[in-house]
Design a protein around this ligand. Structure first.
Ligand code: NAP
Ligand code: MG
Length: 479
């Protein structure tokens, strides 16, 4: 049985068609055929969630804790197997896949605890004899739309807080990687949730996602993905006054100053830009390097890239897996070509690689001699492609780092406390890293960006409550 159905109103149901889930490390390997819902079936899921909303809103913190804790425990126990599925469907290496499955487990555990702590505030009124309470209530039905690059962590950081705060869920994984989302649904289907509280609807964004965005029954939409789709979703939700939260693209800078520890800077650069095949929204793609350390930094990065093993994600010793699909590979190659045409020097890599298994392999690419005005400095590539921009000093480097429409993550390598302190305050980004890669964040603190990268309240940590609850202020007179 290699067919994977949608989960709607507590039942497993076929879609209107299926779509094969292909392994990008070996395109002969089909993980399974996953249901494709249309807008009508999505409507059934939304109706089921709406019908279940009063029941789940009235559930106790203990019920919510039990469900989320059980999901976390099962993910933890099965993290090797689920991590392997993740690597097989998305192409990040096995250690990265297992690490992400582990992270998803921790996220469910975290929000199990938050379900117990959920509450409002009681304040004294400014008027004598009056009490004021700020109540936190569930929003109702939430639509959750995930991208392909974190097939289990992003679904987890949307689904877990949604349920913890008493909402009912319609969840759409990315078409390219439905396997991990299906696995969460399978675990939730055995968790004791009332029917309709959680629904999995796999299928195309233009059908399933759009139906969620347009439905008046969906009171809040949480989206992670590209800027183009995100902006349209924000506009549609605003139009009908639904809550919306969107995490979108990045063009994250890593600033390297003359006084940096060279090994720390080179490691942060290679790890942050190229691991997970550069397919992280927090990946660094612009290295902004001051003149005194420039050449040593470039030599160090190239030496490390030369030693990286690009191969099948499931093989022992692979550092960089394949690109997720043919379309993304074509986009990466297009930007390598654009970088060349704009006058950048390709210091290393960029070419397609053949391996023992047919997949979408590309050697990590590094451009030097680029300016921040070039398209490769301004547009998100979303692959293993980065470029070096030279800067005179810290002030110029900071100005270049901030000269972008995005603001997700920004990094600085330095031994100077003064510059580190200044950068934390003045880098225009939602997340700032000092002597660390721009990618790689904790699960218990807020995640999100500024400027064009994000819209709406933060995800993760206790900050998730802002999006997944609505506030009511209640006054009562004593006696
Ligand atoms: P995408 O193409 O925007 O897709 C994201 C999700 O939206 C997918 O589930 C997609 O469905 C769905 N979708 C597409 N059209 C839709 C519509 N009209 N209405 C509703 N939903 C729709 O992004 P992606 O290619 O999967 O992911 C890569 C992007 O995500 C990059 O730009 C990356 O920076 C960003 N990202 C951001 C963060 C962050 O937190 N800031 C994290 C990870 C990734 P399909 O599966 O059918 O395409
Ligand atoms: Mg897509």
């Amino acid at each position: 049985m290699n067919r994977f159905d949608n989960f709607i109103a507590g039942e497993w149901v076929q879609g209107s068609g299926t779509r094969p889930n292909v392994n990008p490390s070996d395109t002969r390997d089909i993980i399974g055929d996953y249901a494709q819902a249309d807008a009508v079936q999505t409507g059934h899921a939304i109706a089921a969630a709406a019908a279940a909303a009063p029941t789940w809103a009235a559930s106790t913190p203990q019920q919510r804790f039990d469900v989320l804790d059980a999901v976390g425990s099962e993910l933890l126990a099965r993290r090797e197997e689920i991590g392997r599925l993740l690597s097989r469907e998305e192409g990040k290496t096995l250690p990265e896949g297992i690490g992400e499955a582990h992270r998803a487990a921790m996220i469910f555990k975290f929000f199990a605890g938050e379900a117990l702590r959920a509450g409002g505030e009681t304040l004294a009124s400014v008027r004598l004899g009056v009490g004021v309470e700020v109540l936190r209530q569930p929003v109702g039905v939430v639509g959750l739309i995930a991208p392909w690059n974190f097939p289990i962590a992003i679904p987890a950081w949307k689904i877990a807080p949604a349920l913890a705060y008493g909402n009912c869920v319609v969840f759409k994984p990315a078409e390219l990687v439905p396997g991990c989302g299906w696995t969460i649904a399978d675990i939730l289907s055995r968790s004791g949730l009332p029917r309709g509280v959680f629904n999995l609807v796999m299928g195309a964004g233009s059908q399933v996602g759009q139906a969620m965005v347009d439905s008046p029954l969906v009171k809040a939409v949480s989206f992670t993905g590209s800027v183009g789709v995100g902006r349209r979703i924000i506009a549609s939700c605003a139009q009908r006054q639904a809550k919306v939260q969107a995490e979108m693209g990045g063009k994250n800078p890593l600033v390297v100053l003359d006084d940096a520890d060279l090994a720390v800077a080179v490691n942060a650069a290679v790890q942050g830009a190229y691991y997970s095949t550069g397919q992280r929204c927090t990946a660094s793609s612009r290295f902004i390097v001051t003149e005194g350390i420039h050449d040593a930094f470039v030599d160090g990065v190239v030496a490390k890239l030369r030693a990286l093993k690009v191969d099948n994600a499931l093989l022992d010793g692979t550092d960089i897996g394949p690109v997720v699909d043919e379309r993304q590979l074509a986009q990466n190659l297009k930007y390598v070509e654009i970088g060349r045409q704009e006058g950048g020097e390709l210091a290393f890599g960029g070419e397609v690689l053949e391996r023992a298994t047919p997949g979408f392999y590309q050697r990590p690419a590094l451009f030097t001699g680029t300016t921040n005005a070039m398209r490769i400095s301004r547009e998100e590539v979303f692959g293993p492609v980065a470029n070096v921009v030279k800067a005179r000093d810290y002030d110029e480097a900071l100005a270049i780092a901030n000269d972008t429409e995005f603001g997700l993550s920004a990094g600085l390598c330095t031994r100077s406390l003064k510059h580190a302190t200044h950068f934390k305050l003045h880098a225009q980004a939602g997340m700032v890293m000092v002597n660390l890669p721009t990618a790689g964040v904790d699960y218990h603190v807020p995640f999100g960006g500024s400027k064009g990268s994000s819209y709406g309240p933060r995800e993760q940590g206790t900050y998730a409550r802002e999006f997944y609850t609505t506030v009511k202020t209640a006054y009562s007179a004593a006696g």
